[in-house]
Design a protein around this ligand. Sequence first.
Ligand code: T4K
Length: 374
Amino acid sequence: MMDEILYVTRPDMPDLQEYVKYLERIWDSRWLTNNGPIHEAFESALCQYLGVKYLSLYSNATLALISAFKCLELSGEVITTPYSFVATSHALYWNGITPVFGDVDPIFGNLNPSYIERLITDRTSAILPVHVYGNPCPLAEIDSIARKYGLRVVYDAAHSFNVRIGGVPLVNFGDLSILSFHATKVFNTIEGGAIICKDEETKRKLDYFKNFGFENETSIVSPGINAKMNELQAAFGILQLDSIDLNIQKRSQIAQRYREQLKDIKGLRLIPELDHVQHNYSYFPIFVDASGINFNRDDLYEYLKINKVYSRRYFYPLISNIPTYKNLKSSEPQHLIVANSIAEQVLCLPIYSTLGLENVDRISKLIKDRFAGI
Ligand code: T4K
């Protein structure tokens, strides 16, 4: 039998018959968007599931990030990480804010707090760290720097659906946290996202902002944008909540199997799992250190590809090396040594609830063979 193509991810789908029931409801009501009843039900179900008090649904995480910075009225410079998906810095770009890149830690690839203070100027308004692959940033250090200098903290938590640290939802940290529900994420609403905030007033502001600033039919209280989640997406999301625990459990088994299969390979590094963190297994990154072996990450990427395994280089190229940002002072590679190094080493292996352990074994065998020089 021919091997099937294995993509880095495949979206979880809700039960089709159950979704059709929602579609019938939507057809009958002809209520499609603008805070419809399914949107409202999804928002409260999600708050309850995630253990958060205030959450505003958005049409995707990029618009949510852009809106977060607008709502907090941030400007000037924001300290962020170059090791992320481009949307993180693009959200600043759309706000006319200059990203200032700090280097990352070599284990998790998250913004390293020890570089933040030296990047602060009188134009700095906030810190925008990313919990890369759902691994928590050093929350206490970032919080203490932010307090010391009066900065806001907005976490790009796009990868962190239902990650908890010491039992506390990761999205409860910082002034705001942004989740992504894109098709490629652990939990998806096709496209979608949310902003988690700490008080009712901010929630109201975020709600107005995604709907052009409308408070009611005739009162437009602020500037705004159109970033609303529609009823079809919300219905998709409500149904996804039924299977999310099981899907994360399956991902956990896959991650466990990769760990068993890929341990102790010279030149191959994995990110450790943390005992006090409830992980969501959103990605399975490996890092290829080419110094002691005769091939590099890109060779392994191509080798897997010809064997029908479509891994992805998340996150390469570094944001600081793409044309929009590469001329910034903070983008100079000598300031971003760790980020440049891990961006050259990383490869995200397929992980999704329907992958099947036999496929994990197939991928692992290909990697082990390559490292053994077979
Ligand atoms: N911040 C961070 C840290 C992020 O990682 C992201 C998004 C954002 C912010 C912004 O969130 P959103 O505005 O998107 O809500 C993907 C996603 O498009 C992007 O959402 C995600 N991060 C990023 C890490 O990955 P691509 O360009 O790699 O996706 P694509 O289309 O190549 O898909 C990857 C694989 O997934 C495909 O080879 C097959 C599979 N796939 C994909 C889709 C879309 C499917 O099987 N079905 C599908 O419908 O960016």
